[in-house]
Design a protein around this ligand. Structure first.
Ligand SMILES: [Zn+2]
Length: 492
């Protein structure tokens, strides 16, 4: 007989401990079920949540459940996971299974797929999504659309890999005009993370999850920088405190992720879940998504446009986190070495020049100009905000020594990040990614990453200082390469 050790994570208690004054956005996730045998709790979780919503009790009219999934077969201890969930739900609910398929080898979050999911879920009492981050993102949009039509289906996500942290927040990443965009969707009411399912996921998925984790070692510095410049006023230490709790014991289980140790994978799953909650209650993904995510999105953009398979998001984020840490290191060193007052590079703030730069960067992947247009919409907004806030940016530069110590606490050395990735068996360099990212593509993605999105990062500050030429971007890539090779010497 199997022993079930799953438990409800006390999310509310954790949040109260990091945000006693309740200044953060409320957390819409009401049930986070983690651990061994958690899969047996899917039906109860849906029933509990339905009961809370509208007083439905077991034995009354069978509530309608839409089961959303992709076509990938997933095994749990030798059994078909999706069959298992369908059977379990079928004992209590009227279940309708919808398999989403856009004809591509991997499902993309495009309009037709979102429409199909929303249609399938439009009159459901509950939506149960079984799958990875993509399915979870699609289900959140479907639930959101139902809400906009005055319905309120319960949404439960059954997580099948610990590859990303997007299960436990209220945004979705969608593909718009070939570019990945984060859009508001809705919180899942419940997330079920079954240890056996997740430990049985392909090793590279969970290793990618570790890569995703490393963004918390760099992105908070970008978020703080944006708040100092004034482009993002939402900075709050609460989510950072929550992340510190997540990161505390990271070194103790990173090696276990490499060998697929169930306890280490469970620790990774919990850490990713809390990360998702941190971005959700901060009401911005900026907490955990800075330069490293932009680089990953650039790679996705390139691969999608060329009809090539996309790499795993988390694996790309891990590699790019080493690069982002290296960019911060270059900034800190140049600031320290600079003599005299720091000046902004007027050319970098010139819209006409910036527009030419965006056209140039994205014309490389899409000669029709569609992607450049989409990116310019976002980048021009960032540029005009920064131009408006120029006095504040100049003040930041003149008072840099007062802010630097705090920023330094929010970014870990590139060498430490590379060593962590190595320990967990995750990719640490572009060449180790699958598909392999060649040097020229990596240079393109890093050099132009700031142009794809309206989010301020260390690269924007470097750009406005005139310190982001191709030579500068190459220097950062060199620094990242050095960190990776030093970590190889230091880690057995
Ligand atoms: Zn991510």
């Amino acid at each position: 007989m199997s022993v079930h050790t799953y438990a409800l994570e006390p999310v509310d208690d954790l949040l109260r401990s990091v945000d006693p004054d309740l200044q953060l956005a409320p957390c819409g996730l009401r049930r986070l079920v983690l651990g061994s045998g958690a899969i047996t709790a899917v039906g109860d979780t849906v029933l509990d949540l339905l009961g809370q919503e509208r007083g439905v009790q077991a034995g009354t009219d069978r509530p309608r459940v839409t089961l959303l999934m992709d076509a990938t077969r997933i095994l749990r201890a030798g059994s078909d996971l999706k069959e298992l969930v369908e059977q379990q739900l079928g004992e209590r609910f009227a279940v309708q299974r919808t398999v989403l398929d856009d004809g591509q080898p991997e499902l993309h979050v495009v309009d037709e797929v979102l429409d199909a999911a929303a249609e399938a879920a439009c009159d459901a009492d509950a939506i149960v999504a079984v799958g990875g981050g993509t399915i979870s993102d699609i289900a959140k949009v479907a639930a959101q659309r139902a809400r906009s039509h005055g319905r309120r289906p319960v949404l439960v996500s059954v997580q099948t890999a610990a590859s990303v942290d997007g299960y436990t927040d209220h945004v979705s990443v969608v593909l718009r005009d070939g570019v990945k965009r984060t859009v508001p969707s809705c919180w899942p009411d419940g997330v079920v993370s079954d240890a056996e399912t997740i430990a049985g996921a392909p090793a590279e998925m969970n290793r990618a999850g570790f890569g995703e984790m490393t963004s918390m070692l760099v992105a908070p510095a970008d978020w703080r920088l944006a708040s100092l410049v004034g482009t993002d006023e939402g900075f709050h230490p609460g989510p950072i405190r929550l992340l510190t709790m997540v990161g505390e014991d990271l070194d103790t289980w990173s090696r276990g992720v490499k060998v697929g140790d169930p306890e280490a994978v469970a620790a990774l799953t919990r850490a990713l879940a809390l990360r998702g909650i941190a971005t959700g209650v901060a009401d911005t993904t900026a907490v955990l998504s800075g330069m490293e995510h932009l680089v990953s999105h650039m790679l996705d953009l390139y691969h999608t446009e060329h009809h090539l398979p996309m790499g795993l998001h988390g694996a790309q984020v891990g590699v790019a986190s080493v690069v982002a840490a290296a960019a911060w290191e270059m900034l800190f060193e140049r600031m320290a070495a600079h003599v005299g007052p720091l000046r902004l590079d007027g050319a970098a703030l010139d819209p006409a020049r910036a527009r030419a730069g965006v056209d140039d960067a994205f014309g490389f992947v899409d000669p029709t100009g569609r992607i450049a247009q989409e990116c310019w919409r976002d980048y021009s907004a960032k540029l005009s905000t920064v131009s408006r806030l120029r006095p504040r940016l100049e003040h930041l530069l003149s008072s840099w020594p007062a802010h630097e110590p705090e920023l330094r606490t929010l970014v870990r050395p590139s060498l430490d990040i590379a060593a962590g990735l190595r320990a967990a068996g995750s990719a640490a360099s572009f060449a180790e990614l699958e598909p392999r990212v060649e040097t020229d593509l990596a240079r393109w993605a890093v050099r132009h990453c700031a142009l794809m999105r309206n989010r301020l990062t260390v690269v924007d500050l470097l750009t406005f200082l005139g310190w982001w030429t191709s030579t500068d971007a190459d220097e950062v890539l060199d620094r990242a390469r050095t960190a990776v090779s030093l970590s190889e010497q230091g880690v057995s």
